[in-house]
Write a protein that binds this ligand. Structure first.
Ligand code: MLT
Length: 398
């Protein structure tokens, strides 16, 4: 009989978005005549921009002839895409070498898989509430997580306690689920703390393209010293509408070198390279062709057209909540709006209430951690008509 990875017993029964999908499917089966509006999972609704589509077509066409056909690509990604991403950072005033960039098929996989590089005896600091992948991937490998409270008192932007040591720190900014984003000064506090503790920050920047405030950095590498203490994850899912197309990248600077328990120096870049080369055969050439088009001037302009549309949805949601006197966070430099459930309601009860009464689906804050118990996440990724209709329903109900 196989001995199983019993750490799986320590996970919640189902992944948050699977549980939501299950409840919604159950409701729609029983109420087929009701129109359900989904503002739950952060999945985009606008089509991919025409330039990226053209890139994808070029990739497909290349496969059709023996002169241009591509087989296995480099596990790290094609140079043309890694260089395009490096150029994108340069435009934001951040120096990231193409050689430090690894292309992948998702930030979810990368933020989950990165846990493999670290042993179980680290102090792993994770904010609560948080994107559940960070927690679950550590639990799956038998690691213990220490939580740092993100709450209304600190505007959901916790800062480190200098008297408490950590080895690994997860930060997502702009944050999923709260929509809060760290400014330069706050990020510097984290970087200085990580350097002082010889810790590694695992920085998820998947929502950076929603930042409009110049005080909020798009990358942790905008902060001096970050290349010595941070790995950055980013994705084209929300930037370019690639949730179904799948492309992301992870930056592991070669400066990230630490001493192992046997005294040998180990490079996180070399370890991630080894991990990817062993377990990953690269993102498809077709997708990388589409992704490279995203990083051209016109490709990015098209992305920002869609992002502006979502940001207007966020404004519409925020306006309704303000009118109803409901406290909320986010929605400005982020596609997410994190609202306090009215009348002290718990978030799963509020989820059921909204589904049953007005057929609007959001994400219960409890799914992101204890501190989300009385909060609820709405996304601005719906289409305009549905967002307006959801808010009209909301306005009448609450
Ligand atoms: C979310 O809704 O939190 C995200 O869409 C999940 C993800 O990016 O995997």
């Amino acid at each position: 009989m196989p001995k199983l990875n019993e750490n799986y017993q320590n996970l919640k029964e189902s992944y948050l978005f699977a549980e939501i999908a299950h409840r919604v499917a159950d409701y729609t089966e029983k109420n087929p005549d009701k129109k359900v509006i989904r503002l739950g999972i952060g999945d985009v609704t606008l089509p991919v921009g025409s330039l990226a589509i053209q890139g994808l077509h070029e990739g497909v066409d290349a496969m059709a002839s023996s002169e241009t056909f591509m087989g296995y690509g480099p596990e790290q990604g094609y140079a043309f895409l890694r260089e395009a991403i490096s150029g994108y950072y340069a435009k934001n005033g951040v120096d990231v070498s193409a050689a430090d960039i690894f292309i992948s098929d998702g930030a979810k996989c990368d933020t989950g898989n990165i846990a493999e590089l670290f042993s179980a005896d680290n102090v792993i600091l994770i904010p609560d509430p948080v994107y559940p992948v960070y927690v679950d991937s550590n639990i799956m490998s038998g690691k213990k997580v220490t939580y740092i409270d993100a709450n209304a008192d600190n505007n959901f932007l916790p800062l480190p306690d200098p008297s408490v040591h950590a080895d690994i720190i997860y930060i997502c900014s702009p944050n999923n689920p709260t929509g809060a984003a760290y400014n330069r000064e706050q990020l510097k506090i984290w970087v200085d703390y990580a350097l002082a503790n010889e810790a590694v920050i695992l920085y998820d920047a998947a929502y950076e393209c929603f930042i409009s405030d110049p005080e909020i950095p798009h990358s942790i590498y905008a902060i001096e010293g970050a290349k010595k203490c941070a790995i950055e994850f980013c994705s084209l899912s929300k930037t370019a509408g690639f949730t179904g197309t799948r492309c992301a990248y992870t930056i592991v600077p070669r400066d990230l070198v630490f001493t192992a328990s046997n005294g040998e120096e180990m490079s996180l870049h070399a370890m991630w390279n080894r991990r990817q080369s062993t377990k990953f055969n690269g993102t498809s050439y077709i997708v990388q062709k589409g992704a490279a088009a995203v990083f051209t001037e016109e490709g990015m302009r098209q992305c920002h057209e869609n992002i502006s549309y979502y940001k207007e949805n966020a404004r519409i949601i925020a306006e309704t909540l303000t009118r109803k006197n409901i406290r909320f966070f986010g929605g400005v430099n982020s596609p997410y709006i994190w609202l306090e459930c009215p009348n002290g309601m718990e978030s799963w009860a509020f989820f059921d209430y909204l589904l049953n009464e007005i057929q609007v689906v959001g994400t219960p804050g409890a799914g992101f951690g204890e501190n989300g118990r009385n909060f609820f996440r709405l996304t601005s990724f719906g289409n305009r008509e549905n967002t307006i209709e959801a808010m009209e329903r909301f306005e009448k109900l609450i």
